[in-house]
Design a protein around this ligand. Structure first.
Ligand code: HCA
Ligand code: CU
Length: 486
């Protein structure tokens, strides 16, 4: 079972600023909700840790400046790379991985420039498993080197053409060199999930023996399922004593789930990129991983990462690669904390944990409640009227809710339309001369009257049924059930 988000500190967003890069919240408002104090430090439903799990102790290797540079739309100049590196550092990622200095002279210079920034995050560069690349990498001043080579039969045959013995011997040579230079070294196999398990374990145990700091598993084509990830990482955990890094592509939509399962099975490091950018449709997104992990261990995630910097970081990268933040993005998508149906709105206003597993304020985001649609309920309108400082009885609120719903059947309503209806309705209650709720064409007026009649009839019917229930010894619904059982 899942925990409830902690609502104990901070208030809900009421700044009325829309979330997301394209966050136009027509018909929505940030809402003040009741606060439910439900700290999850005592949460009985928190994931049960076992001796393998690193769900509460993991590190992020942020690869926007390496894997992300392989995204179709990414062309980072030095200035942009530095801006992104600083934003990643401000967020608090453990490592920043950079494109290989062997890729181009500018890539090498950019590597040096980022190493010279003196960031808190450790700087890595990602190179092929050979001595030339390793020497070039070390010379840039990085804290560590990530080496990779394909180990699947597909890649051994069609990419580099080397066999397992060659890979093992070269890896050992590179690892010993990088270590001798006082740098961290990771060895990873590309396309791990389509590699022969015996080959993989043979290489990994050999590099572990010569003291590699981390071994990496990469789902290069995004084919792995969480269960396969769990099995492979768990098996590897039994074979090597070094750290285990994992890298998941998102071709089949499993990149976050796979990262989580890898941690459960004993992986120590997860590769991410901002908004998930990378080859094809990318890898585990940093924001999505944060969403997953904060539900698992809020204290750890909040203590380590500056979560309120996520949106700014995503905006910088989105702008650099000229994309919009997707509407359904984790945390920062414009509707990530937006509630619409009347039943949802009512419960959210009473206690946000009813329909939210993540507290938006942990990320400096706002919660929105929709109150200008045909699904709107009177509780949302009541809150809105209170926000507008308008006093109305529950009966009056219910009546104006019907008018808003009827109006929403005639045409889409903007937030200002809903506010105008509420204000004008309130004004009309005591005015000698009634004002129209909204300016409508003759055709719209006709539709409005019809929609209102239908809604009124429906509401009267419900009222009658409720009264009948109240008067009866046994409420109708219950009676039916009793009869059915008998
Ligand atoms: C790629 C390489 C890589 C490397 C991952 C790693 C992959 O295909 O460009 O170093 O662990 O997905 O295999 O990104
Ligand atoms: Cu990759």
């Amino acid at each position: 079972m899942c925990p409830a988000p902690d609502e104990s500190n901070g208030t809900n967003g009421t700044n009325g600023v829309a979330n997301g890069a394209n966050g136009n919240h027509e018909g929505y408002r940030a809402f003040q909700t009741n606060q439910a104090s439900r700290p999850n430090s005592n949460n009985p439903y928190a994931p049960v840790g076992d001796f393998l799990s690193n769900v509460s102790k993991f590190q992020i290797i942020e690869s926007t400046l390496r894997e992300g540079e392989q995204f179709a739309n990414a062309f980072f100049d030095t200035e942009t790379k530095i801006k992104i590196a600083k934003a990643l550092d401000a967020f608090g990622v453990d490592y920043i991985e950079l494109t290989s200095p062997a890729a181009s002279e500018q890539s090498r210079l950019d590597c040096e420039a980022i190493c010279n920034l003196g960031l808190k995050s450790k700087i890595l560069t990602h190179v092929r498993c050979n001595m030339n690349d390793a020497k070039l990498a070390v010379a840039t001043g990085v804290d560590g080197v990530d080496v990779v080579i394909g180990t699947s039969s597909h890649l051994m045959e069609h990419s580099h053409g080397k066999d397992i013995t060659y890979i093992k011997n070269t890896a050992i040579e590179v690892i010993e060199y990088v270590k001798s230079q006082g740098k961290e070294i990771r060895f990873s196999s590309e396309d791990s999930f389509r590699s022969d398990l015996v080959d993989l374990l043979t290489i990994y145990s050999a590099v572990d023996k010569v003291g590699v700091h981390r071994v990496g598993i990469a789902d290069t084509v995004g084919c792995a399922t969480p269960r396969q990830v769990y099995d492979l990482v768990r098996t590897l955990r039994g074979v090597v004593s070094c750290d285990i890094e994992t890298h998941f592509h998102n071709d089949t939509g499993c990149a976050i789930a796979n990262a989580y399962c890898a941690l459960e099975a004993g992986a120590t490091h997860i590769d991410t990129s901002v908004i998930g950018i990378g080859e094809r449709n990318g890898i585990t997104p940093l924001g999505g991983l944060m969403a997953r992990m904060i539900v698992a261990d809020r204290d750890y995630v909040k203590s380590k990462y500056n979560l309120e910097k996520l949106k700014e970081l995503e905006d910088i990268v989105a702008e650099a690669v000229e994309i919009n933040i997707p509407f359904n993005n984790y945390i920062t998508g414009f509707c990530a904390f937006t509630h619409k149906a009347g039943i949802h709105a009512k419960a959210i206003l009473n206690n946000p944990s009813t329909y939210e597993i993540i507290n938006p304020t942990d990320f400096g985001m706002s919660r929105y409640v929709h109150f200008a649609s045909r699904l709107t309920g009177w509780n949302a309108i009541k809150s809105r009227a209170e926000q507008l400082g308008l006093e109305m009885t529950d009966e009056q609120i219910k009546a104006v809710t019907l008018k808003i719903k009827a109006m929403a059947d005639v045409r889409p309503l903007a937030i200002d339309d809903a506010d105008s209806i509420i204000r004008t309705y309130h004004h009309n209650l005591s005015a000698k001369q009634e004002k129209p709720l909204l300016e409508l064409s003759a055709e719209e007026k006709k539709k409005f009257v019809k929609a209102e009649q239908e809604l009124n009839a429906e509401s009267e019917k419900k009222d009658l049924e409720r009264k009948a229930d109240e008067q009866a010894d046994v409420p109708a619904a219950k009676k039916q059930k009793t009869e059915a059982v008998a």
